[in-house]
Write a protein that binds this ligand. Sequence first.
Ligand code: PGA
Length: 235
Amino acid sequence: MKKMIICNHKMYLTYDEARAFKERLDDIDKSNIDLIVCPSFTNLGLFNKYKLGSQDAFYEDKGAFTGEVSAYFLSLIGVKYSILGHFERRACDSNEIINKKVKSALRNSIIPILCIGESKMEKDLMKSSEVIKKQLKEGLKGVTLNKDDEIIIAYEPGWAIGNESSLTKDEILDALSYIRKILSSCNINNYKLIYGGSINKDNIGKILSDEIDGYLIGQASTNANQLEKIIKSVK
Ligand code: PGA
């Protein structure tokens, strides 16, 4: 199975910067990799040749929701994936809201990339397992996957985002094995399990494993040279 590399561009690139990045990306060998690009909303159109993801998606289809962009609207312009419950958005989105977003994504044939992970404070209080379990149980409450539905679960501890170094491979595998048990208890079987948090060209080699289906990459994915090196290591 091809490994996924999901590029979360956050709010790093302006339209012109994203266009320059895309020109470089076009020339990179991406064979044997499942590459998904999640640009800013303003830059989605630039990447329409790629598997396209949004960084969020609102749960109502249409209506008086100033500033929101729905999964329905995104599906109409070719978005196939949506990052939901990202750590940087959880300050505004409860598990209940994230659950609505997961359901509306699936309803609109968008594959949710459900992000879960504890904060630094929760880790220090030894609450990581409890938090992850709650995020999964509540985020996936009432979600039933049809035969063709898929979901991606991204383990991304808040304390590991935007740092110099990622978790060790053993730490990642321990967390993923715990997540698999919870998913099975939620009757979710058709999923991919990926890791994200401070991945870069220098540390990716240390966290490659058959048990990790892919990688969610933030800042390093906005630099085409660095992304090219990451892709080479992963494939
Ligand atoms: P980072 O972000 O790679 O810049 O740590 C990852 C993410 O938040 O998705």
